[in-house]
Each structure stands twice: as C-alpha cells, then as structure tokens.
Design a protein around this ligand. Structure first.
Ligand code: G3I
Length: 311
C-alpha cells in the first residue's frame, strides 16, 4: 500500500497513526523459530518516523496467522517461544511503537470465558499475564492493549462478551498485571432495517474507564452485506452507521485513538471473508475503490470536527 503514490497521498492527508494489517503478525515476523524477519517492520518504522505518524503494533498473541512450527510444541517450549517473540518484537519497536495489541481476540466468540486456542489449550490462561508482563519489560512506555471484536452492539451475545472481557480485566488488575487499555475492533454491520443503535456502548466504555483503562477503536469499518444492491442507499446507511457509532464513542474521555481498517473499499478484508450474497463488492470504508470520498468520509469528518478544530 505504501508504494502506491495515490494511496500514500490519501493516507498522509487523512491519518496521524498507522496500523499494519498483516506485516507484524507472527507468520510474517518469525516464520521459523528464532529466525526473525523484520524488514517490513523496518519499512513501517522508517515511513512513520519520516511522516511523523504514530505506529501501532498489531499483533503479538493471536490464534490466527501462526507459523506451523509452533504446532505441537510442548508447553515449556511454547512458553519460551512466546516469551522470545514478545520480547523481540516489542524490544525492536521500543520507543517507536506507541501502542501494541498484545493479546488479540482472547474472548470466546459466544462470550463463554476465554477462547479455546493453541495458547489457552497448551499454556492455560497464564499466557495472557505472561505476554503482558514481557511486553511491559521490553518497552515500559508502550501502551499495552487487549484487542477484541463483538463488543460494540446492543445484542445479548455482545453483552456476554463484555462480561467476559470485564472479568478478564478484573482478574488481571487484581493480580497487578500491566494492562493499559482495551482495543475495540469495531467491525460494524449496517443493519438491514431501522437505524443503527449503540445504546449500551457508552456504559461499557465507562466501565472500562472506571477500571483505569484507556480505550482505542482499532479496526473500524462497516459491512454493507445485509443491504440492498443500490450504491447510493448502501453508502448512506454505511455513513449513518459510522455517525451513530462515533456519536456513541467520542464523548468517552478514556478514548485515545480511532483506527479504520483501511481507507479505500479497494483493499477491504470483508470481500474475501464475508462476501455479499449478490457478489457485489462491499463499500465499507470512507473512500471508494477509485479513492473518491464517500458519504462515510463526510460523516466521520463532521463527527471529528465536533470535538476537535479542523486541521
Ligand atoms: O500474503 C499472501 C500472499 O502471498 C498470497 O498470494 C495471498 C493468497 O491468498 O494471500 C496473502 O495473504 C493474505 C493476507 O491477508 C494478505 O493479503 C491471507 O491469505 C489472508 O488470510 C490475510 O487476511 C487478513 C486476515 O486478518 C487474516 O485473518 C486480512 O488481510 C486482515 O485484514 C485481517 O485482519 C484481522 C485482524 O488482524 C484482527 N481482527 C479481524 C481482522 C479481519 O479479519
């Protein structure tokens, strides 16, 4: 993306912070045990320094995009591999990566406690506290986050995931584990009917603040897969969903940053993972596939201007 001049211009005109979608994940950074491949990280660090952008680290401990060499390692070796991975990446970015998604998606999708994964199954729940402690030691200044999805809506499954997240947070805090905040991915879905609502979200954010935590929105986008084909209608309803969401989060004093998962519809992950039933490409981001601004871009700009003076 950074090599494409048009996209680069769009990026520099719109954002103050960068998150790589894939370049810092385990399969990319440590393809063989102990053999780190940090050229992409070097490029990102240089680019963000040159353009005075903050850089976010995504992500250290996840159940996806893991290299095959981790499979089947006995617990002591897996724990040692985790420690080496966390210390190496966070240490390498020390003073240069502002916040890290240390733990990604640890909550069970149905909200029944922690998610089953290589990490939980082999190391037990201690992998979370261990990774956070190693990250803190490797860069005491970096903001350390637990990042997850499905925490934004008003449905019962979201309510269960929030309870599980707060239980995890309380348990970590009680034991003095370093944790600075929670990342809400915010992969949103424009509703098929009616207006988008985020009635319960401000309450959840206040619960996090009361626990001394900061909040980042880390992967914001709005899927239009439930909406009819008409482009203007889709763009309007996606923009309305951005508007309602931002209205719900921008009033929260613990909010530190909002990151969208891409800028242009051309590059969205949604088309491979959640294709529309009619096969049309989704339009989830602020700019269309030709990098032209959409109604979503105006909704976002208006909401942001309501809290900050325009640049
Ligand atoms: O790099 C290879 C390329 O060499 C190969 O030719 C091509 C063919 O499939 O695949 C390329 O890798 C793909 C990679 O994106 C880069 O485009 C992977 O197959 C594909 O699985 C990967 O998808 C990423 C996905 O995470 C993996 O789960 C998406 O780009 C990325 O946006 C997405 O991001 C996640 C966050 O990390 C966590 N939260 C959810 C979010 C959306 O799934």
């Amino acid at each position: 993306g950074l090599d494409d001049p048009a996209l680069k211009a769009l990026l520099l005109g719109n954002v103050g912070s960068l998150t790589p979608e894939n370049a810092l994940k385990w399969d990319a950074t440590e393809p063989a045990g102990g053999r780190f491949s940090l050229e992409a990280m070097d490029r990102l660090l240089a680019f963000s320094a040159r353009h005075r952008l903050a850089l976010r680290g995504h992500t250290l401990v996840w159940h996806q995009q893991l290299p095959a060499w981790l499979d089947g390692l006995p617990a002591p070796q897996l724990r040692a591999a985790l420690e080496r991975h966390v210390r190496t990446l966070v240490g390498y970015g020390r003073g240069r990566i502002q916040s890290w998604d240390v733990i990604n998606e640890p909550i069970d999708p149905e909200g029944q406690g922690l998610r089953r994964s290589l990490w939980l199954d082999t190391l037990g729940p201690a992998y979370i506290a261990d990774a956070l402690r190693w990250a803190r030691q490797a860069d005491p200044a970096a903001r350390l986050l637990i990042n997850d999805y499905g925490l934004e809506g008003d449905d019962p499954q979201t309510a269960r995931k929030r309870v599980a997240m707060l239980q995890l947070v309380d348990d970590l805090k009680r034991r003095g584990v370093p944790l600075d905040g929670i990342g809400l991915q915010a992969h949103l879905l424009a509703p098929a009917e009616g207006s988008p609502t985020f009635r319960t979200l401000p309450v959840f954010l206040a619960e996090l603040r009361r626990r001394g935590l900061q909040v980042e929105i880390t992967e914001l986008d709005v899927s239009d897969r439930l909406l009819p084909a008409d482009t203007a209608q889709r763009d309007r309803r996606v923009a309305d969903t951005y508007d309602a969401f931002l209205k719900a989060v921008l009033q929260e004093p613990a909010l530190r940053r909002i990151t969208s998962w891409g800028l242009s519809d051309r590059d969205s992950w949604l088309n491979t993972t959640f294709p529309r039933p009619d096969g049309l490409p989704q339009r989830p981001l602020p700019y269309d596939e030709a990098l032209r601004p959409k109604p979503a871009r105006s909704s976002i700009a208006e909401r942001l201007q309501s809290i900050t003076p325009p640049r």
